[in-house]
Ligand binder design. Structure first.
Ligand SMILES: Cc1cc2nc3c(=O)[nH]c(=O)nc-3n(C[C@H](O)[C@H](O)[C@H](O)COP(=O)(O)O)c2cc1C
Length: 235
């Protein structure tokens, strides 16, 4: 089938102003919970989600990683780059993710501490687009999260000079093995160049796919008094 012929009609549910929480983070949490457990409220939605999950399970497909999000950053010339990272927390401050501070994204965030995030939950025909200011997470929080990671991942954080050119896979694996002998026990300290960021949203859009591409879109924009303005956008 030609790529141009790939087409999907969205008809699972709608999104109305009355459905929205005045606080976009609370609205995000509601959608995230539904994406995680596909906890449906409407009977039709529930039936669709149940059928879809059964279909996935039958064909041995994995449940999608609902906390995977596209993170877009820009360099000092305004040139963008994007990649997928995992959301590791949301609170009143914003959206938390972890990475290597010396990676390409780390350098870009140091030059321009603004970024955008996109979640796409295809089974719910939903997208959430977020933009805001980014700051490093306090070191103690990065330490605490690092300690909770599996040992192999903690060693890999030391082994990988993320985003730099590596000669071959062998070089990478040798480095990992060397570090494994250096840290034989459970104690693997957090590298100083690894940690979290928090994106404090100034704009969050909730998108629900609808038939005939007449999608429902609502944008929250943070106001100077910290309240949120909600507007419906044309699809
Ligand atoms: C599903 C998925 C989850 C990922 N999660 C992370 C993550 O949480 N942190 C991270 O640094 N990279 C993560 N990556 C790898 C990034 O996409 C990317 O390759 C890496 O961070 C280097 O990006 P950069 O060179 O643009 O800085 C993930 C990739 C995928 C596909």
């Amino acid at each position: 089938m030609a790529i141009a012929d790939l087409r999907r009609e969205y008809n699972l549910t709608d999104l109305r102003r009355g459905d929205l929480d005045p606080n976009p983070v609370a609205q995000f949490n509601r959608w995230f919970e539904q994406a995680t457990s596909a906890r449906a409220s409407g009977r039709i939605r529930k039936l669709c989600v149940t059928i879809y999950k059964a279909f996935l399970a039958f064909f041995g497909a994995e449940t999608p990683e609902v906390n995977a999000m596209t993170l877009a950053t820009t360099d000092k010339n305004g040139h963008p780059s994007a990649r997928v990272v995992l959301l590791k927390g949301v609170d009143d401050r914003g959206f938390i993710f972890f990475t290597n501070y010396d990676s390409r994204k780390g350098h870009e965030l140091a030059d321009n501490p603004f970024a955008a995030l996109v979640f796409y939950w295809s089974d719910l025909e939903r997208q959430v687009c977020i933009a805001g200011d980014v700051a490093k997470l306090p070191e103690a929080e990065s330490e605490a999260y690092f300690e909770s990671r599996p040992r192999g991942s903690r060693i890999a954080a030391w082994a990988s000079r993320q985003s730099e050119v590596v000669r071959d896979r062998t070089e990478l694996e040798q480095k990992w093995q060397l570090l494994e002998t250096q840290y034989p026990g459970e104690q693997v300290p957090k590298p100083p160049f690894w940690g979290g960021y928090i994106l404090s949203p100034t704009r969050i859009e909730f998108w629900q796919g609808r038939p005939n591409r007449l999608h429902d879109r609502f944008r929250y924009t943070r106001q100077p008094d910290k309240s949120w303005k909600i507007e419906r956008l044309s699809p």
